[in-house]
Design a protein around this ligand. Structure first.
Ligand SMILES: Cc1ncc(C[n+]2csc(CCOP(=O)(O)OP(=O)(O)O)c2C)c(N)n1
Ligand SMILES: [Mg+2]
Length: 339
């Protein structure tokens, strides 16, 4: 878990540097090697690592718009993921999805920029696992800002009524962009929503990786043993802005300091030292992680850009009846639009 967490943290720090290149002095979101929005997850690491350590490649994970720590913990190929983030042709989605749309079928990982969108597909994967009589499970991660979305609430209901092997993990970082949690819901403990579906609910109220590990062990074990779904909420911390370029004018300085002071990585390091893991061992894990990240970034930046001729390839499936050959080939939009 420690190796995973330091990899994720260093990855975010390096992406932050790469992202800002070419976007200054006036912030230009479309410029630089990583064009578009970038949501970094520094401070969320305990949740991804503590949950995904219990998963196998054949288990499914869906993640939201802040996905990197979860993808890393699930074992997504770091080189191809990084190439995707840099918009390169050898990226996971041939450079067309970017950082919010990472799909790795080798380890059954997907994420989406639409909040709570990952819940129904995770429930679908769980239903498929049940019908196939396998013991694989699915986990849907979402933010606390998404817990009033219909997609989430309907997924809880369906998972419960069908007794599906799925776990929902709410990452509660107190904020949904600029909106504090207490302004969007009167139920501050999101895991309580489980009760309305006769489902197990657990809240880990601090982002201690070992406590997340234990909560996830119980939840994933229940799913794998055929005993149905669980809703887990983990308190995490948003150490950065909502996305890169967010000046956070809405956020009290004291709140930023509180989130930055709480570091689950330092906490796990202290736990490991208390169990006689040496500083040298921790340093070695950290430098291996840094090398791994640097190699992925170096590789990604060397990869070719996509060919504009291929812009529409793989974009449409199942063109509607009546689509022309040109539309089928993806040359123009099947609904007649030309943009
Ligand atoms: C269905 C939908 N509505 C609105 C948005 C715009 N949006 C992007 S992120 C976000 C807030 C997400 O907050 P939270 O779920 O707490 O995740 P966090 O960013 O804190 O990790 C919103 C409203 C969206 N992406 N999808
Ligand atoms: Mg949030």
């Amino acid at each position: 878990m420690y190796e995973n967490m330091v990899t994720a943290r260093y990855y975010e720090e390096r992406l932050q540097e790469e992202y800002l290149e070419g976007k200054q002095p006036a912030f230009d979101i479309s410029a630089g090697p990583i064009p578009g929005e970038l949501h970094l997850a520094a401070g969320h690491e305990a949740s991804g690592a503590g949950v995904c350590i219990h998963l196998r490649d054949d288990d499914t994970v869906t993640a939201p718009h802040r996905p990197h720590h979860i993808a890393i913990a699930k074992g997504v190929d770091l080189k191809r993921m990084t190439a995707e983030i840099f918009g390169r042709r050898t990226g996971l989605g041939k450079g067309k999805g970017g950082h919010m749309h990472l799909f790795d079928p080798d380890v059954n990982f997907a994420c989406s920029g639409i909040i709570a969108q990952g819940c129904p597909p995770a429930v679908g994967a769980a239903l498929a696992a049940k019908k196939r009589n396998t013991d694989s499970v699915a986990v849907a991660f979402l933010g606390e800002g998404a817990i009033d979305q219909g997609a989430f609430l309907e997924s809880l209901n369906f998972a419960s009524v069908q007794n599906l092997p799925v776990v929902f993990v709410i990452e509660d970082n107190d904020w949904a962009i600029s909106m504090p949690k207490d302004r969007i819901t009167d139920v501050q403990d999101g895991s309580k929503r489980a009760a309305g579906y006769d489902m197990h609910g657990i809240r880990v109220d601090h982002d201690d990786a070992l406590d997340v590990y234990e909560a996830a062990e119980e939840a994933i074990g229940r799913a794998r043993d055929g005993n149905g779904p669980t809703l887990v909420e983990v308190q995490v911390h948003r150490r950065m802005g909502h996305f890169m370029g967010d000046a956070q004018g809405y956020r009290p300085e004291v709140d930023i300091e509180r989130h930055q002071a709480r570091d689950s990585i330092e906490r796990l390091a202290a736990d490991l030292r208390a169990h006689d893991v040496s500083d040298e061992d921790l340093d070695a894990l950290r430098s291996d992680a840094e090398e791994h990240v640097e190699a992925a970034i170096e590789w990604a930046k060397d990869q070719p850009e996509p060919d504009p001729e291929e812009a529409y390839d793989d974009v449409f499936t199942n063109p509607p009846d009546g689509a022309t050959d040109r539309e089928r080939a993806g040359d123009v939009r099947a609904d007649g639009g030309d943009d």
